[in-house]
Design a protein around this ligand. Structure first.
Ligand SMILES: Nc1ncnc2c1ncn2[C@@H]1O[C@H](COP(=O)(O)OP(=O)(O)OP(=O)(O)O)[C@@H](O)[C@H]1O
Ligand SMILES: [Zn+2]
Length: 571
C-alpha cells in the first residue's frame, strides 16, 4: 500500500536502558502487543513520562480488548487494579498438596531452581521462621540442607539423579509421614521405591541404560505423545534422564537456569517431577501438554481474535495520528454477539483514577510485620514483584536505599549490606509503623509514597506473601480473593470491580488472563461501559469528536457503528 514506508526494527527487551524515555519521545504513538504484565506496566510508565499516547491491547481466546491511554486525558494502563498471578501457601506446596497445580508449581518454582537455577530463588531451600503456629507448621516446614542438592566430588550424573530422586520421593515423604499432625484429616503421602521402579524398568525390556537425551528426555525414551499421561515408572525414567541431561548437556546453565515454557527439557522435567509427587499424594497425574499449559500459563490463541484486535489497534492509531485523540475509544471483543447485537462493543476511554499511584500522586498503604520483613523482601516482593519497579530507590528520613547503574562500588556494597536487615532495624530509626517512605524509580520516572503499618500474626493461608497493599495498586485486593485454581490454571481470575462499579452495580465483570490482559466481559453494553467508566462518568464519542480540532484536523466518529471517518481539513 505504501511502498515508500521506512521501517526500523529494534529487537531487544523493552526494559533495556537504551529504550528509555528519550527513545519513547521520538514516537507519535506506541502500540503494545505484549504478553506479560510487567512489560505492559513498564511501557505504560515510559509512555506517561514521555507523554506519548499508548494503544494497549490483549487477547485471551475469543476475548479481546484495545484501549488508549493518553496522559492527562484518559486513565493510564495501571489506573485500575490488576490481580497478580495466583500464589499458593508455601506449606501447601511443600507439605500438603492436593491438586495437580500444587505439584506443578512445586516442581517449577521450588525444585527447578533448587537443582538447576539459583537455589536462593527456591522456597524449598528456605526455613520458614515461626512456622509452628500453623496447622502445617513444625519441622516439616524446615527445608533440606541446600548442599545436599549439590553434586558431590566424583558423582556421576545418573548417580546424582538417583540420589535426588530418593531424597525427594522417599526420604522426604517418609519424614512428612511422621508429622502426624498433618494427617488427621488428610491421607498421608506414600513414598516411591526407586529400586522397585528400576527393577520394573529392567524387566520391562526397555533397557536400563539411560539413553542420551540430546535436548529431550521424552524423545530419547520414545515417549512422543504429548497428550499421554505417563505411568509412575515412565515418569521416573523421564525424571532421571532429564536431570542427567541438564548436568551433562547444559552444564553451563547450572546455577542460573530459569524455567521457560518453550524449553522442552525443562517442561519434561517439570512434568515428571510433578507427576511423581502427585503419585505420592494420590493426585491425578497430567500429560506433558497439560502440564506445559499450567506451568506456562498458556491460553491458546485464536487467529481471528488476533486479527480483529489488530484491526482495532490500527483504528485507534489512525485517530491519534490524524490528531483526534479525543475520538479514541476502548473496544471489547466478546465471545459472541452481545445483547446489543454486536461482537465488538466500544466506549469512550475512561478518565484517569485520581488515586492511581502511577499517573496520580496518591499514597499507598503497606501493612507488614516490620520485625520480620527484610529490606530484601520489601524490594523483591513488594517493589519489584508487585509494583513492577526495575531499580527502586527508597528514602525515609535519613534512611536511603538505592539501586541502579550510576552507583559507586562502595555504595553498592553498603546498600547490599542493608538487605538482610528487618525493616524496623534499618538505619535512621527503621521503617516502622507510620513511616512514610518515598519510593521512586528513575528509569521509569515513577514516584510514590508508601505508608507503613506494622502488624504481627499473619495467617499464611490468607496472606501467603506476608503483606497487604492498599490504595490504587495493581492487585491491591486480588490476593485476598484468589480464584480457585483450576485444572487449567490459565482460566481468567475474577478481578474486584472498582468502587464506582460497585456503587452502580452493573452486571459486568473484569477478568484478567494469565497473560495480564484485563478483559471486561458483559452481555450488557451499558453495564460494560459503567463498569469501566470511572469518576466523571462516560463521555459520548460524538461529544468528544466536537471538542477536538488540533492542527486543523478533525475527526468524525459515528456513534453506534464501528465506522470511523477521519477527515483532514486539507483534503
Ligand atoms: N520485556 C519485553 N520486551 C520486548 N518484547 C517483549 C517483552 N515481553 C514480551 N515481549 C514480546 O511480546 C510478544 C508477545 O507475543 P505473543 O503473545 O504472541 O507471545 P510469543 O512468545 O511471541 O508467542 P507464544 O506465547 O504464542 O509462544 C512477543 O513477541 C514477546 O517477544
Ligand atoms: Zn493511572
Amino acid at each position: 500500500m505504501r511502498p515508500g514506508v521506512d521501517i526500523t526494527a529494534y529487537q531487544g527487551n523493552v526494559k533495556e536502558a537504551r529504550f528509555g524515555v528519550d527513545f519513547f519521545r521520538r514516537f507519535d504513538c506506541v502500540l503494545n502487543g505484549l504478553d506479560n504484565l510487567e512489560a505492559r506496566r513498564h511501557v505504560n510508565r515510559l509512555c506517561l513520562a514521555a507523554e506519548v499516547p499508548l494503544v494497549e491491547s490483549g487477547t485471551a481466546g475469543f476475548l479481546g480488548q484495545v484501549s488508549v491511554h493518553i496522559k492527562g486525558a484518559t486513565e493510564c494502563f495501571e489506573c485500575q487494579p490488576k490481580p497478580t498471578p495466583k500464589t499458593f501457601p508455601v506449606c501447601t506446596l511443600r507439605n500438603t498438596p492436593d491438586k495437580p497445580i500444587h505439584c506443578i508449581v512445586w516442581a517449577k518454582e521450588m525444585l527447578f531452581p533448587l537443582l538447576f537455577g539459583a537455589p536462593e530463588a527456591s522456597d524449598l531451600n528456605e526455613t520458614i521462621g515461626a512456622e509452628g503456629s500453623g496447622e502445617d507448621g513444625g519441622e516439616a516446614g524446615q527445608a533440606d540442607d541446600p548442599s545436599f542438592y549439590q553434586r558431590r566430588e566424583g558423582e556421576g550424573s545418573r548417580q546424582y539423579a538417583e540420589r535426588v530422586f530418593r531424597q525427594l520421593y522417599s526420604t522426604k515423604i517418609e519424614e512428612l509421614r511422621r508429622m502426624e499432625d498433618l494427617w488427621h484429616s488428610r491421607r498421608p503421602p506414600e513414598p516411591l521405591n526407586l529400586d522397585a521402579l528400576l527393577a520394573l524398568e529392567a524387566n520391562g525390556g526397555s533397557g536400563s541404560a539411560a539413553p542420551a537425551a540430546k535436548g529431550s528426555a521424552c524423545k530419547a525414551l520414545g515417549l512422543t505423545d504429548a497428550h499421554a499421561v505417563w505411568d509412575v515408572q515412565q515418569n521416573a525414567r523421564v525424571f532421571l534422564v532429564a536431570v542427567q541431561a541438564f548436568l551433562d548437556e547444559r552444564a553451563d546453565e547450572l546455577g542460573a537456569a530459569q524455567f521457560d515454557k518453550d524449553d522442552q527439557l525443562a517442561v519434561e522435567f517439570v512434568t515428571a517431577a510433578s507427576n511423581l509427587r502427585a503419585a505420592c499424594y494420590g493426585i491425578p497425574m497430567q500429560s506433558l501438554f497439560v502440564t506445559k499449559g499450567m506451568a506456562g500459563n498458556i491460553i491458546h490463541a485464536i487467529a481471528t481474535t488476533n486479527a480483529i484486535v489488530s484491526g482495532l489497534i490500527v483504528l485507534e492509531a489512525l485517530k491519534l495520528l490524524a490528531g483526534a485523540p479525543a475520538a479514541c475509544q476502548t473496544s471489547f471483543l466478546h465471545q459472541q454477539v452481545s445483547g446489543s447485537k454486536r461482537l465488538v462493543s466500544r466506549m469512550a476511554a475512561p478518565t484517569s483514577n485520581p488515586a492511581c499511584m502511577v499517573c496520580g500522586t496518591a499514597q499507598a498503604g503497606l501493612v507488614v510485620d516490620t520485625h520480620r520483613m527484610t529490606l530484601q523482601q520489601l524490594v523483591d516482593k513488594v517493589l519489584k514483584g508487585r509494583l513492577a519497579l526495575l531499580a527502586p530507590s527508597l528514602s525515609c528520613g535519613s534512611f536511603l536505599y538505592e539501586e541502579g547503574q550510576d552507583l559507586e562500588e562502595d555504595e553498592v556494597t553498603f546498600y547490599r549490606s542493608l538487605l538482610p536487615r528487618p525493616l524496623a532495624s534499618l538505619p535512621g530509626g527503621g521503617l516502622v509503623n507510620g513511616s512514610i517512605v518515598e519510593v521512586s524509580d528513575q528509569e521509569q520516572q515513577f514516584k510514590a509514597q508508601l505508608v507503613i503499618s506494622h502488624r504481627e500474626d499473619w495467617d499464611e493461608e490468607v496472606h501467603p506473601e506476608g503483606f497487604e497493599l492498599s490504595g490504587s495498586l495493581p492487585a491491591a485486593e486480588a490476593e485476598q480473593q484468589p480464584a480457585a485454581p483450576t485444572a487449567t490454571a490459565s482460566e481468567p481470575a475474577a478481578l474486584p470491580t472498582s468502587a464506582a462499579t460497585a456503587a452502580k452495580g452493573p452486571k459486568a465483570e473484569l477478568q484478567e488472563t494469565a497473560d495480564g490482559v484485563v478483559v471486561l466481559t458483559s452481555d450488557d453494553e451499558e453495564a460494560a461501559e459503567a463498569a469501566a467508566a470511572t469518576g466523571k462518568g462516560k463521555r459520548k464519542a460524538s461529544e468528544l469528536a466536537e471538542d477536538d480540532g488540533q492542527d486543523g484536523k478533525r475527526a468524525r466518529v459515528q456513534e453506534g457503528t464501528d465506522v470511523v471517518d477521519l477527515l483532514d481539513d486539507s483534503d
